[in-house]
Ligand binder design. Structure first.
Ligand code: ARG
Length: 303
């Protein structure tokens, strides 16, 4: 079975200042603070697991006043694109966060990405465009699948499609505890993905299930209590938050995936898990994602 062609290069933010200072999702409670030492050890364990699987990690230091910056997935959507001369160059479409509490993360990420040799852009105009949070966007099949609703705004999908020159398929997220697509959807290989249909309205759930030839359908309970959809996939290994449902792990192993479990429970207190802590930057335009002149947005019929 063919592996995903991306997911071998990641950016992670070192949890130097991880705290729960505010509550912008149903998991966060400032009265329930992470233990900094445990959080750091869990993060190091995740990083070593990724490196052991022969993927690479670039580490960004955390800005002291940005406690959620550890959820690196939300800094921006990284792609690799041919530049004018035909060379490949990293490009990061920076997020424009829904909540002001996280907005200071992106200018810091922008300078870091630029220092690392990548170009950066915002959808719309910097700081005033539509909200886009990169945890809502995945390469899948011939398009980017983008969740909108709780965080990303529908208008951002149009900008993303035009700015990158790709097809974007929108799915409407309605479940308040699955507020990013990456809490309800995880591509496994070219035919299979974890999907929690309960995150979406009926039309979007149906549209997403139709896009996945062999979905591993998760119940709301499986997705919400174990964060199992917030896994990452490196080749044929699924790096999953520890304590994933036995049923899900059994199906994955029937499909010839290895499952590597990593305990990142301290980060669940902020409402994120393994995918949220890691941002893949190797989705290559033209290879993993076809270019479409002018871009195109495809929406499910509205209910
Ligand atoms: N506290 C963060 C927020 O609410 C958690 C982000 C989780 N990240 C993700 N990619 N789902 O924004």
């Amino acid at each position: 079975m063919s592996e995903l062609s991306w997911g071998r290069r990641y950016v992670m933010v070192r949890p130097d200042h991880f705290r729960i200072d505010y509550a912008i999702n149903p998991y966060m409670d400032p009265a329930d603070q992470p233990d900094p030492r445990r959080a750091r050890a869990q993060w190091v364990d995740l990083l070593s697991t990724i490196e052991r699987l022969c993927a690479t990690v670039e580490v960004v230091p955390q800005r002291p006043d940005a406690p959620d910056m550890v959820y690196a997935m939300n800094l921006g959507l990284g792609v690799v694109r041919p530049d004018g001369s035909g060379d490949l160059r990293g490009h990061v479409v920076l997020s424009h966060m829904r909540y002001t509490e996280r907005r200071m993360e992106t200018p810091t990420a922008q300078s870091w990405f630029e220092r690392s040799g990548r170009i950066t852009s915002y959808v719309g105009r910097e700081g005033v465009g539509a909200h886009l949070e990169a945890g809502d966007v995945f390469a899948w099949g011939d398009a980017l699948v983008a969740g909108f609703g709780p965080r990303t705004e529908e208008l951002a999908l149009k900008h993303l499609a035009t700015d990158l020159g790709v097809r974007v398929r929108g799915v409407r997220i309605t479940h308040p505890a699955m507020y990013h697509l990456d809490l309800a959807f995880c591509p496994l290989d070219e035919r299979r993905a974890l999907v929690a249909p309960g995150a979406f309205d009926d039309a979007s759930a149906a549209a997403l299930l139709e896009l996945v030839p062999e979905p591993l359908v998760l119940t709301d309970d499986e997705a919400l209590t174990t964060f199992c959809a917030n896994s990452i996939v490196i080749g044929r290994t699924v790096v999953m938050p520890a304590g994933g449902p036995e049923r899900v792990k059994a199906q994955l192993s029937d499909w010839d995936f290895e499952v590597a479990e990593v305990d990142v429970s301290e980060f669940h207190k902020g409402g994120g898990s393994i995918r949220c802590l890691t941002n893949p930057v190797d989705i290559t335009l033209g290879r993993d994602l076809p270019l479409v002149t002018g871009g195109q947005v495809v929406m499910p019929p509205l209910v």
